[in-house]
Design a binder for this molecule. Structure first.
Ligand code: HEM
Length: 346
């Protein structure tokens, strides 16, 4: 065998080995990227040694805030949801846009501008208090996850344990928000596609939508249903006539006050309960995207089950929000940071 021939064979084996190891490494990288592994990197005892008072401090701030401004509860739950759906649960929604920067931060995207400032304030307050006890240790992303849980519980919803260990993201871009957030006019297929792209199931979609058991929506998000549903120049036939009448009074077709809001849950607007699902069955849903959950045969049975059983809703919601809180979580200096002030990078 000539030397040249032997060298060619060796070269071939070398390339084969290289390809093989690359495949192994890249498939490991893929495994590391799955939400399942990320799920495992969060733990209940993450701050047990470094900040044992964490949950107590966050609990103190949220309960004080809830007393003076109960609307902070739904606002913070929405804040958590929008944080997790855009680049994962990494507190990137809390960052303020840099003055003079071309790219705005997530917070200033159109979809997030409606989130009341109180929600941002309460996270910032909790963070300041946590920093005074355990400086440079706890991420804003974890504080947001804990605060959302506290507000759910303060509003009458379930109390579930929260896993911790999220790091804060290093980037925040308004341009990423629209495509990653569901909208009031999203179809059921849009919603299912979006939730599935985040690793969430059809059940998670219906169960997490139950967060609309509390909180408010601006007229612009449902005004088409009142006057010109799907271009028909008529109201949505799937809206209760009494609800239609009262919503029309708050939200005229033209020239209304853009700040006016209506409660999601017409029957128990301040209680986190399963009345949301009963309302959907009685044509009392507020957004078209709420209503479709009852209209579509794939999701209707889930709505019916949750409407019958509050304990089931609470149990399922606790599991689904844990999944939400695991979406693309970051760990380590390469991907993240632990911010001292949630609105500003280090
Ligand atoms: C399934 C698709 C969803 C759509 C299309 C949707 C859309 C909306 C819209 C348009 C508003 C009203 C914003 C405003 O006018 O100020 C809103 C509010 C709210 N959303 Fe959703 N949402 C969805 C899912 C969720 C999920 C999964 C959660 C939490 C787990 C959530 C929590 C909230 C809360 C609590 C409010 C009330 C906010 C407040 O009162 O300040 N939403 N949502």
């Amino acid at each position: 065998m000539s030397l040249y021939y032997r060298l060619s064979i060796l070269m071939f084996i070398f390339i084969l080995l290289l390809c093989f190891t690359t495949i192994i490494f890249s498939s490991q990288a893929t495994i590391v990227n799955t939400s399942l592994i990320r799920h495992r990197i969060l733990t209940f005892d993450y701050y047990d040694k470094t900040c044992p008072q964490l949950e107590q401090i966050v609990g103190f701030v949220t309960s004080q805030k809830f007393k003076v401004s109960p609307a902070t509860a739904p606002a913070t739950i929405r804040l958590f949801f929008h944080d997790c759906f855009v680049q994962g649960c990494d507190g990137s929604i809390l960052i303020s846009s840099k003055p003079g920067s071309k790219e705005l931060a997530e917070k200033d995207a159109q979809d997030n501008k409606e989130i009341p400032e109180e929600a941002f304030d309460s996270i910032e307050q909790a963070k300041a208090m946590v920093e005074s006890k355990c400086p440079g240790v706890v991420s804003c992303a974890d504080i947001l996850a804990l605060a959302a849980r506290d507000y759910i519980h303060l509003s009458g919803g379930p109390y579930y344990p929260v896993k911790k260990g999220r790091w804060d993201g290093r980037t925040s871009m308004a341009s990423l928000v629209y495509a990653n957030i569901p909208h009031a006019n999203s179809t059921i297929d849009d919603l299912l596609k979006l939730f599935s792209s985040k690793g969430l199931t059809i059940n998670d979609l219906v169960v997490l939508s139950g967060a609309h058991s509390i909180g408010f929506a601006h007229c612009k998000n449902f005004v088409n249903r009142l006057y010109n549903f799907q271009g028909t120049n008529k109201p949505d036939p799937n809206i209760d006539p009494r609800l239609l009448k009262s919503l029309k009074m708050s939200c005229p077709q033209y020239g209304g006050n853009i700040g006016v809001v209506a409660p999601f849950d017409a029957t128990t607007p301040f209680a986190f309960d399963n009345a949301y699902y009963q309302n959907l069955q009685g044509k009392l849903g507020l957004l078209a995207s709420d209503n479709v959950l009852f209209l579509d045969p794939r999701t209707r049975p889930l709505v019916q089950d949750l409407g019958k059983d509050k304990n089931k809703f609470f149990g399922d919601f606790s599991l689904a929000i844990e999944k939400l809180g695991n979406i693309s979580v970051k760990r380590g200096k390469k991907h993240g940071e632990i911010r001292r002030v949630c609105s500003m990078h280090l």
